[in-house]
Design a protein around this ligand. Structure first.
Ligand SMILES: Cc1cc2nc3c(=O)[nH]c(=O)nc-3n(C[C@H](O)[C@H](O)[C@H](O)COP(=O)(O)OP(=O)(O)OC[C@H]3O[C@@H](n4cnc5c(N)ncnc54)[C@H](O)[C@@H]3O)c2cc1C
Length: 392
């Protein structure tokens, strides 16, 4: 018990380099991304220009090792970058977040040859990579995946359908999880592959129409006899489930950071509005009920940020409770983002509800942080399991 919930192993404090990076990305986001955010939401089109901007400024290179053209940033630094982009536009922050998510198995378990083959393109932003785990029948229950990978000579042949795959329609690489041993235990049924697309048998069969993050394409993908070389398997046969779970230890803090940035953006906008808008002859911010709302929003943002940064430090330090830290920060930050953005709409009154102002978009965008990379219920399961152990 003490090992799981006892005193933290490490403290975090942003280094000078991280502060510089944070401020640089914040400025880039204010000047170049924020002005595009409403248009990206309205058009629901993937912002290729923002992808190019992030690539040009080496933001997409952050998660990758220097030897392959990356920056070699640690988890906290990547999360600080995601936070600053999300403060302006959540859709745009997903470009970095999903680049890190999709490549996590490759970075963890890829051979030197595999890494040398794919990472330079990913670090330079020449290619995007998607993370293909979810299926129509396998959402929260990852082990229920049905997509099959059958070995045929030097290839595996993949058949199945993936659902809700972010960037599935714009990525050149898809990290796909498929069943290689149907009779094995839940933990050993899956393997992980990198599919290079387009390729015969692969098709994007649907793009979802969504409540929020509307410029981020969410694709249904069909694999109909897709041949993937055995050399594209990441790790050993049967490693897929553990690889997916380990990936979440890095990617959930990224979603928490996205939620923190989003909430920060909503707080800043609502605060500025409360200074300007006058009713009954005074600033609305001077009504106690409005000022208390803003104070609570500030407290929630700071608490979520502190936990997220702390979780990053714990995970990077090799905490044995990494899964718990990842779930704790995603749970707290996702809920904070939903509440803070909803309250930001309240501060603006009727003006919060119309698209002349960004807070209605922020509120719609916030909801996804409670759903993807494991719903808030699944985060609670992970945390409770760390506290209680598995039931007998
Ligand atoms: C916009 C978007 C982008 C996404 N991007 C990706 C991506 O890039 N790659 C990818 O692989 N997936 C992606 N997903 C999938 C996402 O991770 C899943 O939607 C999510 O894990 C939930 O699965 P589900 O939708 O099937 O819901 P279900 O698993 O059907 O859950 C329905 C409800 O039941 C609850 N529930 C389920 N199991 C339990 C349980 N054991 N205990 C308590 N409650 C439970 C859930 O919390 C939820 O409230 C994306 C989804 C969306 C909407």
């Amino acid at each position: 018990m003490a090992a799981v919930t006892g005193p933290a192993l490490s403290a975090y404090r942003l280094t000078e380099e991280q502060v510089l990076l944070r401020d640089t990305i914040r400025q880039l986001a204010d000047e170049r991304i924020a002005p595009r955010a409403a248009e990206i939401d309205h058009s629901a089109e993937f912002p290729h220009d923002i992808k190019a901007l992030l690539a040009d400024h080496e933001v997409l290179a952050l998660p990758f090792p220097e030897v392959h053209g990356g920056v070699g940033a640690d988890l906290l630094t990547v999360c600080v970058a995601i936070e600053q982009i999300a403060r302006a536009c959540v859709t745009s922050s997903l470009i970095l977040a999903v680049q890190a998510l999709g490549s996590d198995p490759l970075l963890r378990k890829g051979t030197p040859e595999q890494q040398a083959r794919w990472i330079p393109d990913l670090a330079a932003g020449r290619k995007l990579i998607a993370f293909g785990l979810t299926e129509p029948e396998a959402g929260s229950d990852v082990a229920a995946i049905r997509t099959r990978a059958v070995r045929e000579g030097e290839d595996y042949v993949l058949n199945g359908t993936k659902r809700f795959i972010t960037h599935g329609s714009v990525a050149g690489l898809i990290t796909v999880f498929a069943v290689t041993s149907p009779e094995a235990s839940r933990r050993r049924r899956l393997s992980c592959f990198i599919a290079e697309v387009p390729t015969p048998g692969f098709a994007v069969t649907k793009l979802e129409h969504k409540m929020g993050i509307r410029g981020s394409p969410t694709a249904e993908l069909a694999f109909d006899g897709v041949r993937v070389p055995a050399a594209n398997r990441i790790g050993e046969e049967g490693d897929g489930f553990d690889l997916a779970m380990a990936t979440f230890e890095h990617s959930r803090p990224g979603i928490a950071a996205q939620a923190v940035g989003l909430a920060q953006g909503a707080l800043e906008f609502a605060t500025a509005y409360a200074r300007e808008r006058r009713q009954f002859g005074q600033r609305i911010g001077d009504f106690q009920m409005v000022s208390a709302l803003l104070a609570d929003m500030d407290a929630q943002v700071e608490a979520a940020r502190a936990l997220t940064y702390h979780a990053c430090a714990e995970i990077a330090a090799g905490s044995a409770a990494a899964a718990r830290w990842a779930s704790l920060c995603k749970l707290v930050a996702g809920d904070a983002a939903m509440r803070v953005t909803t309250d930001a709409v309240q501060v603006l009154g009727g003006y919060g509800y119309i698209d002349e102002f960004p807070v209605e978009r922020m509120m719609r965008d916030a909801k996804i942080t409670q759903l993807y990379e494991g719903t808030q219920q699944i985060q609670r399961l992970v945390i409770a399991r760390a506290l209680l152990g598995r039931g007998g």
